[in-house]
Design a protein around this ligand. Structure first.
Ligand code: PLP
Length: 388
């Protein structure tokens, strides 16, 4: 039998992917499955972005490029970070990666050593702890509750910082909870960070998906001191419905970006060259497409929230960003896995168990799907809970 490295033995496969596979298999059998498990926008990539990539393909942008990305894209990203986020970066401070996931993975490899601790608030995006482990670091999970809308408090953060703490992972708006830290909350966390030697990686992939006037403040924009402790991870997948394109980026100190370029130079090399031209168009051309998707998400969000709140035994905070509702199911007495398994089996609704995000008393529903499917799924969910 092949002997695998211990590195991979402590990392479980992605639960979200396994539920999706089960739902897909049921669909293939002709079963009418209602999927509220999607982790990606259901819209097609906007036409002008596709056109730009097609043009690049026709123009022969089909060769190897610089490992850190096309200079024009790095430039456009630096400009975006200035205009949207008030963060002053040069193109040298930016690396283009194979998605936001790859940005974070590069970062962990470049920064984390055995013994280093990385603070991660739970519920968390499921890959954070696994990436830390793959980089031989120690994830330090901090549990948050519905009472604080699943936000880590400055006190909780302060308590977890030790001399070994290297990094704090902040994700606002959050997947899976949809929570958005307000500017004063971001500033309060920054104060704690600046009392220590800890760095922050701010995963801002949902920054444009905000509701009811919620504001996104990048923690790096709080002060020049905080800017010098911040690394930004972002990408095109969620804002521009480009999940399959695999383009993200990391912005931070030049030494870090150089280290990540070296890692990329020996692993993936550059991101697909012509795809990067689509990303340039996404940043440089009209942003109307972002607003159109946001309008659709906003309507679905109101709709699904009303339906969740009409079901006794379920509760959720009002998500202020992203496209998820994170529902507490503890009154049903089931674990999240049991709940999702039975929901899929008895009512053919696919949802993601909270255990995947470090919160076993919850499930995650996605409203990145059409209103008809949401309507049907919520009727079935209500039938399921009411039958318990
Ligand atoms: C989707 C997502 C990402 C990155 O996705 P990519 O497709 O790799 O760009 C990063 N963080 C969170 C929280 C996400 O939900």
């Amino acid at each position: 039998m092949i002997k695998l490295a211990t590195r991979v033995q402590s990392v479980p496969p992605s639960i979200t992917l396994s539920i999706a596979a089960k739902a897909k298999a049921m669909k293939a059998q002709g079963i009418d499955v209602c999927s509220l498990s999607a982790g990606e926008p259901d819209f097609d990539t906007p036409q002008h972005i596709k056109d730009a990539a097609k043009l690049a393909l026709d123009q022969g942008k089909t060769k190897y490029g610089a490992a850190a990305g096309e200079p024009k894209l790095r430039q456009a990203i630096a400009k975006k970070l200035q205009i949207d986020n008030q963060l002053t970066y040069a193109p040298e401070n930016v690396i283009v990666t194979n998605g936001g996931k790859h940005s974070l993975f590069n970062l962990m490899l470049a920064m984390i050593e055995p013994g280093d601790e990385v603070i991660i608030p739970a519920p968390y995006w499921l890959s954070y702890p696994e990436m830390v482990k793959l980089a031989s670091g120690t994830p330090v999970i901090v549990n948050t509750t519905e009472a604080t809308e699943y936000k880590i408090t400055p006190e909780q953060l302060r308590e977890k910082i030790t001399p070994k703490t290297k990094l704090f992972v902040l994700n606002s708006p959050s997947n899976p909870t949809g929570t958005v830290y307000t500017p004063p909350e971001i500033k309060a966390l920054a104060e704690v960070i600046l009392d220590s030697d800890v760095w922050v990686v701010s995963d801002e992939i949902y920054e444009k998906i905000l509701y009811d006037g919620a504001q996104h403040l990048s923690i790096g924009a709080v002060s020049p001191e905080m800017f010098n402790r911040t690394i930004i991870s972002n990408g095109f997948a969620k804002s521009y419905s480009m999940t399959g394109w695999r383009i993200g980026y990391l912005a931070g100190p030049v030494e870090l970006i150089k280290a990540c370029s070296i890692i990329q130079g020996h692993s993936t090399s550059n991101v697909c060259t012509f795809a990067q031209y689509g990303a340039i168009a996404a940043l440089e051309q009209s942003q109307d497409c972002v607003q159109q998707m946001l309008d659709a998400f906003a309507e679905r969000r109101r709709f699904i929230l009303d339906r969740v709140r009409a079901i006794p035994k379920l509760s959720c905070p009002t998500p202020m960003g992203a496209f998820y509702v994170f529902i507490d199911i503890s009154q049903t007495g089931m674990t999240s896995m049991e709940f999702c398994d039975k929901l899929l089996e008895y009512q053919q609704v696919a949802a993601i168990p909270g255990i995947a995000f470090g919160a076993d008393s919850c499930i995650r529903l996605s409203y990145a799907t059409d209103l008809t499917s949401i309507d049907k799924g919520m009727t079935r969910l209500a039938n399921f809970v009411n039958s318990l």
